[in-house]
Ligand binder design. Structure first.
Ligand code: UT7
Length: 329
């Protein structure tokens, strides 16, 4: 029997209108534009600031763009996997809320919590549902409303993160252009460096946890930086090596947009020149699960059928990994 392969056949994205610039942040915390640009590469981020809107409200327009482009009925979607650490609610899953809002009444779905590697992990999982032959159309969406969990008096985190959503459609293909290979990793011993202290079952919300600001993202930046540089570069190099690829074979690196210096280190290790690296951190900041699909969304018109693309991520958990995709359209 011929093996079924999974291809990315469409991309959609959404970022909120409101821009939070480095100059805005200068007025909020003790920081400055030069420091932020030289240490991270970020110039501005988008913020979903209207009250009453959550992550699902960014995922919905990203997926609707795909439905429009592919002329699909929402009822055709079999499954929605939503990668996020900022779900609308702790439960039910944001994927279910998204399905309801877009009218995907035949879809089942769930959320995947793998922080900045969430989209990569969900992409691999979604591809396997297609490869199994059981499902024909799977949506993988990476979305985070990081502004909901950021303390805008903490200069260590508020300069980094932004809000956004990106989605892809996965379908079966008989061609050679499909999701070829992945190496995915996690190491829970890194949890101390990047986490939310309270609000989970370990430390439920109390007046004290709120006053102690324990419902915001906490990051020990330097420690995460060291692991990220090594983790993302190592796994990307390993993926190339085991598939007998070199930097010359690669059309694009799609790196998680956490820090320009981590992106540069990964590209160098893979032997890639900067013109082959997708970088949009300057305008969106770190949107956690949305960075990779937002890059694909921004670059979609420049991608060519058969392009070898490496997606790579590193994030809280720790979680990290790299995926080789041959672009299908
Ligand atoms: O996406 C999930 C994974 N996350 C990551 O990959 C993030 C990894 N980490 C990073 O990207 C970097 O560690 C940061 C961008 C978060 C911080 O950059 P850094 O170069 O590691 O800075 P640092 O924390 O070592 O701080 C250097 C100096 C310190 O001052 P002193 O002690 O040298 O006088 C900080 O107090 O910069 C100071 N500093 C700031 N100054 C202006 C820290 N934050 C700021 C700020 N503005 N926002």
């Amino acid at each position: 029997m011929q093996k079924i392969n999974a291809a990315i056949t469409s991309v959609g994205g959404y970022v909120p209108e409101t821009r939070l610039t480095n100059f805005d942040l200068e007025k909020m915390v003790d920081t400055n534009n030069e420091w932020i640009i030289s240490r991270t590469g970020i110039e501005e981020r988008r913020i979903l600031k209207e009250p009453g809107l959550g992550s699902s409200d960014m995922a919905v327009p990203a997926i609707q763009e795909i439905l429009r482009k592919k002329n699909l009925n929402p009822k055709d979607i079999d499954c929605i996997i939503c990668a996020t650490v900022t779900p609308d609610m702790v439960f039910p899953a944001t994927a279910n809320i998204i399905a309801d809002k877009i009218g995907a009444t035949n879809a089942w779905g769930y959320d995947m919590s793998a922080a900045c590697s969430g989209f990569l992990f969900a992409l691999s999982t979604g591809a396997m549902y297609i490869e199994s032959g059981r499902y024909k159309k799977v949506i993988v969406v990476g979305v985070d409303k990081m502004s909901a969990i950021i303390d805008y008096t903490d200069r260590a985190t508020c300069i980094i993160f932004g809000d956004g959503a990106g989605a892809v459609l996965l379908e079966a293909t008989a061609e050679e252009n499909y999701i070829k290979d992945s190496i995915l990793k996690s190491d829970g011993s890194g949890r101390q460096f990047l986490h939310m202290k309270a609000g989970g079952s370990l430390k439920p919300a109390t007046m004290e946890t709120v006053l102690a600001k324990e419902h915001f993202a906490f990051q020990e930046g330097q420690s995460v930086f060291k692991f990220a540089v090594k983790g993302m570069a190592d796994v990307s190099a390993e993926l190339l090596e085991r598939n007998n690829l070199t930097g010359d074979d690669i059309a694009w690196l799609v790196p998680h947009q956490a820090n320009l210096r981590i992106i540069d280190a990964t590209a160098n290790r893979m032997g890639l020149s900067k013109d082959k690296v997708m970088i949009n951190i300057q305008k969106y900041g770190n949107t956690t699960a949305a960075t990779l699909p937002l890059c694909l969304w921004d670059w979609e018109s420049r991608l060519k059928k058969g392009d070898n693309i490496i997606l790579a991520a590193f994030g809280g958990g720790f979680t990290w990994g790299a995926t080789w995709v041959k672009w299908a359209y």
